[in-house]
Structures are given as C-alpha cells and as structure tokens.
Design a protein around this ligand. Structure first.
Ligand SMILES: Nc1ncnc2c1ncn2[C@@H]1O[C@H](COP(=O)(O)OP(=O)(O)O)[C@@H](O)[C@H]1O
Ligand SMILES: [Mg+2]
Length: 274
C-alpha cells in the first residue's frame, strides 16, 4: 500500500534518543540497586514532553544525565545522533530554585549567558530585550532580583535559559515553588514563549495537571528502577487556555493517569503533593 505523505503528516525527527541507560549513585556493585536500568526514551524535535513519576524515582537524575552532569554506568544519550556526556550550550536547565545572580540587574542576568558566548554588547541588548518581552517582563529590566516577586524572578530565569538559544530546554519542576495563581500564569507565558521558539523541552513535574496542560506527550515513570510505564500523546489542540483544565476530557485523562500511577506505584500522594 502506498501512503501519501504531505509535509504535515511527516513525523518530526527524533532529536534525543536515550537508550538502555543504567545509573547508580556511588560505586556499582553487588547490593547497589540502580536508579535507572534499561531506561529508554525518545524525544522529537520541537516536542514539549513532560515526565511525571513518584518522588525519588529518578526524574532529576535523568535530567542531570541528559544535561551531561552525571556519568552513566551504561547506555547512551544521543542528541542529533551524537553522544552527549558533557554539559554544552545546546542544553539549558531551569530548576525550582531560580538561577539568577542577585547582584545583577534583570537585564544583566539575561545577558550573562550571551556574554559568555562572546556576543557584542548591541547583540546582547537586542536578544535580552526580545526574551524579556517574550516572558512578559517590561519596565523592570533595571531592577535587581530581590526587588521582584517570585513569579517575576522565575520569568527572568526562563528568559535567561532561553536567551542563549539552546536546542533543548530541561526543566526540573520549575514552577513547583509558586502559588497556584502565579503558577498558572507562568504556565501560559511559558507556552507562549515555547510556541514562538519551538524548542525541544523536557519538563519534569509532579503535577499531572501541569503536565497535561503544557505537553504534547506525557510519560509516566516507575521507580526501583525507573522506567517509562506509560506514554500518552496529549490530544488537546493549541493554543490552550485556562478553560481546558476544567473540560471533561482533560479531567478524565488526568484521572486515568492518576489511577495508573496509583496502580503502578502505590504512591499517589507522593506525586500529587500539590
Ligand atoms: N547525590 C546523590 N547521592 C545519592 N543518592 C542520590 C543523590 N541524588 C539523588 N539520590 C537518590 O536517587 C533517587 C532518585 O533521586 P531524584 O532523581 O532526585 O528523584 P526525583 O527527582 O524523581 O524525585 C532518590 O532515591 C534519591 O534519594
Ligand atoms: Mg527531582
């Protein structure tokens, strides 16, 4: 049978290919249970993938491995077909704690990575302005982080990570410390920036609603060892708005995933802490 393909039906290429990872903290050997074993995951270019799983299952460990911060015992992380074992400018991370320098202004924080890349002053200004606008920050560029609310600082943090134009964004529960209202606004703003930049993003969260609201795909991890036990294509169209959360389809999918986690891990409380 011949399958006619149009540009829109061509599957995006795989950008990140993780296969057969094994990782333990400390020396491997008898009695040491690996955190990750036989772990496989593929991420497509421009995909926004969320990872959920019980607390302590190895989500942060996995992101650190992809970032090149931890060395694996076995297996490979390929980006664009090439193995990655060291940190590089192609991958940027955003953590729960803001990675902003308190002694630098908002603008200087966003320009920091660009300075490291050797960009000219004019170029740094132009790019920082662009990303600060994209995350909805105006009129505060000359302020210092301590003068900002938690939500605004997180926006600076997002602009900082994205301004260096990485190929991949790794987010480790970036909004977990924010209050619900701020968090929901940040999610919307993040979606706006992501849609414009089309970055490939891996978003770790313990919040199923957040995962479903943001992502193209949600994978659920087990623990001891960590594996992908569920891989769900999120069926909701973009752009998304607040009303999606309360829709029946959304809540049904959320309920189904929560049920799966309860069944697979017996630890729903741990992932539903909020
Ligand atoms: N530096 C470390 N040394 C030893 N054990 C660690 C270290 N960091 C994390 N762990 C352990 O590895 C497991 C996975 O941790 P982590 O990746 O942080 O889980 P998650 O992000 O899913 O909550 C946990 O049992 C944790 O206690
Ligand atoms: Mg973690």
């Amino acid at each position: 049978m011949t399958v006619m393909s149009t540009p829109s039906s061509i599957a995006p290429r795989i950008l990140i290919s993780i296969s057969d990872l094994r990782f333990s903290y400390g020396p491997a050997g008898a009695g040491v249970r690996p955190i990750l074993e036989g772990f496989d995951l593929e991420v497509r270019e421009s995909e926004l993938l969320s990872i959920v799983g019980p607390s302590g299952c190895g989500k942060s460990t996995l992101l650190s491995i992809i970032a090149g911060l931890l060395r694996v015992d076995a297996g490979t992380v390929l980006v664009d077909g090439a193995e990655r074992t060291e940190p590089g400018p192609d991958r940027a991370m955003i953590f729960q704690e803001d990675a902003v320098f308190p002694w630098r202004t908002v603008r200087a924080n966003v320009e920091y990575g660009l300075q490291m890349q050797g960009k000219s002053r004019a170029e740094r200004h132009r790019i920082a302005d662009e990303y600060l606008r994209l995350v909805g920050l105006v009129d505060v560029w000359d302020l210092f982080p301590r003068q900002l609310s938690g939500g605004m600082r997180k926006r600076v943090d997002v602009a900082r990570a994205m301004a260096v134009q990485p190929q991949i964004l790794l987010l480790d529960e970036p909004f977990a410390a924010l209050d619900v209202m701020t968090k929901e606004q940040l999610q919307l703003d993040f979606l706006g920036v992501w849609a414009k930049t089309q970055l490939t993003a891996i978003f770790v969260t313990h919040d199923l609603e957040e995962a479903l609201f943001l992502s193209d795909r949600v994978v659920v991890m087990s623990r001891d060892p960590a594996r992908v036990i569920r891989d769900v294509a999120v069926p909701f169209s973009r752009p998304r708005d607040r009303t999606l959360r309360t829709s029946q389809e959304f809540q049904e999918l959320r309920g189904e995933l929560a049920e799966q986690l309860r069944f697979e891990t017996g630890d729903l409380e741990a992932i539903e802490a909020t």
